[in-house]
Design a protein around this ligand. Structure first.
Ligand SMILES: *Cc1c(COP(=O)(O)O)cnc(C)c1O
Length: 528
């Protein structure tokens, strides 16, 4: 049984898994969720919970599918350069290196991780602002691409490459103005329309500097300006967004080519920003927050005046409505994105007489490449219900939003499957919560089959950004990651121990004066 059937079994419960097509590593067999050939409940028993699980087969399939989709549209070579930050496990990086993929990296630590695998260095792009001289020198000596962000970076790169007697390959990260993208952004921490959200985002060189920076790079003896780069992230899941962004990027590229007399790009990098098939599309809390704060307070104030009984009766009806959620339609397929983005880009470049013969198209997918390669397993610890002053229920799990920080930061709502009851209909509603001292709301108003302590819940689409942004709040040790391939499963990042959690701490010796030779505390009155 595929996940489509699970959705039906959930009686239209919007949280239930969405089919991601025949290429999905997830399936339900005899009521149990499987990753590839392995029963998820067995994985939880074998490796413990909470646990991140990755599918090697899904990762390989995704990277091939990306390459094929864009190669079918672009009339030249296509390089897939996944964003390493989305999943920094070296095992997943090794899989990508084995598939011939390059990488987008954003820090010296990420560069070290990517270079620890035998990656093709010409397909590694070092992005980000504020790169230090040492970091740039390392980039030049390693022969990786440098994607320039800062106005003074060209001079620094020239200096370090001259010192090494090498030529640095660089690209300029541009930031087109996009007045055509006037819709709310999906990045819900920004309540701006996309055009303004792109302008206030720090990344990309402001257009006013581009012409002179390009000329400086072209004139620099130890720099080869090989291309242009744009990345704006996942503002909108529509093809409309990609057509709009690519049309403005193509126009800007045309203006630059005209201004840099005779210069031609060897590569054009359009970054990442596609959703994953079951993307939790950021609609969770803002709707509730907005309604409660902007519209709700005057209403609730009026309601309180009618007495506590009325207040609680109405709010108990209102909260589930605000917590319930209608997921949007599944986003377009990667083939549809490739067609929309590349056709628009080619049209604009042609109109601006930018030659594209032999030019490499580069893409840096993060979320869309890794998202559906991972799930997060958590066990139900206990269930709590109240009936007064109004009914409410919580399913307390052994994980926390602090381990799913990428999702929490973007206010995602994860789809979930009770792995050992995957074909049972949803009969109860409860907040799925984590065990930190915060409210730790993983899924508000989750629709669930009847769960009991010990049940294993899988949160879907956690392959990107979740593990890589996990923290140790409440001194919780971060969970392990296991990679599945067929019927095999290996720990690829071990769980932290308590020792790990405190391993960076040092207690200055003067504080130890308050203990006697046996290590027992010295009473306050007898302290020196
Ligand atoms: C984060 C990032 C990406 C990947 O973005 P997604 O939205 O995850 O696809 C690509 N390129 C750069 C420069 C990035 O910073």
């Amino acid at each position: 049984m595929g996940l489509r059937t699970v959705e039906a079994a959930g009686r239209g419960s919007p949280d239930q898994a969405r089919p991601a097509g025949p290429d999905d590593c997830l399936s339900v067999r005899e009521g149990r969720l499987h990753v590839e050939e392995l029963d998820v409940v067995d994985l939880a028993a074998r490796f413990g919970t909470p646990l991140f699980v990755l599918s090697e087969t899904q990762l390989r399939r995704n990277v091939r599918r990306f390459r094929a989709a864009f190669a079918a549209e672009w009339q030249g070579p296509v390089d897939v350069m996944p964003a390493f930050k989305a999943n920094t496990t070296l095992a997943s990086r090794s899989v990508l290196t084995d598939e011939g993929a390059g990488a987008d990296v954003y820090s010296p630590g990420e560069l070290a991780g990517v270079l620890s695998t035998p990656v093709d260095r010409t397909l590694v792009s070092v992005n980000g602002g504020g790169k230090s001289r040492d970091y740039l020198a390392r980039c030049v000596s390693e022969g990786v691409r440098i994607t320039v962000e800062d106005v003074d970076e060209i001079d620094l790169i020239q200096a370090v490459s001259a010192e090494q007697g090498r030529t640095a390959k660089i690209r300029l990260r541009v930031k087109p103005t996009v007045p055509n993208l006037w819709r709310p952004t999906d990045f819900s921490q920004l309540t701006l329309p996309i055009d303004l959200a792109i302008q206030v985002y720090k990344s990309g060189i402001p257009s006013e500097y581009l012409v002179s920076m390009g000329r400086r790079a072209i004139a620099a003896p130890n720099i080869d300006l090989v291309g242009l780069h744009v990345h704006q992230g996942r503002h909108h899941a529509s093809l409309w967004f990609w057509e709009g962004l690519m049309s403005r990027f193509g126009k800007l590229a045309g203006e630059l080519v005209a201004a840099w007399d005779g210069w031609r790009p060897q590569e054009i990098d359009i970054g990442g920003g596609w959703p994953s098939p079951r993307d939790p599309l950021n609609e969770e809390l803002p709707r509730r927050d907005f309604v409660v704060t902007a519209l709700g307070f005057p209403f609730l104030a009026g309601l309180r005046a009618l007495g506590a009984g009325m207040y609680h009766r109405v709010t108990s009806r209102l909260l589930p409505v605000l917590s319930s959620h209608r997921f949007r339609e599944a986003p377009p397929s990667i083939e549809q994105y490739a067609a929309a983005a590349v056709r628009t880009l080619l049209r604009e470049l042609k109109a601006a007489s930018v030659p594209t013969e032999g030019v490499r198209l580069q893409i840096e997918p993060g979320r869309s490449l890794y998202g559906d390669t991972g799930i997060h397993l958590t066990r139900v610890k206990t269930i709590k219900r109240q009936s007064q002053p109004f009914p409410y229920s919580w399913v307390l799990t052994d994980t926390t939003t602090f381990f799913l920080a990428g999702g929490h930061f973007e206010r995602s709502r994860f789809r979930h499957v009770v792995a050992n009851k995957a074909d049972r209909p949803a009969t109860m509603t409860a907040d799925l919560v984590g065990h930190s001292c915060f409210a730790d709301q993983i899924v508000l108003g989750a629709r669930l089959p009847e769960v009991v302590a010990g049940d294993v819940i899988a949160l879907l689409e956690t392959g990107a950004y979740q593990e890589s942004s996990a923290s140790n709040f409440n001194a919780l040790a971060r969970p392990a990651t296991v990679m599945v391939c067929g019927d095999q499963a290996d720990v690829v990042r071990r769980a932290e121990t308590m020792e790990d959690v405190y391993s960076r701490d040092r207690v200055p010796p003067r504080m130890l004066l308050f203990r006697d030779a046996q290590g027992d505390p010295i009473a306050m009155e007898t302290r020196p």
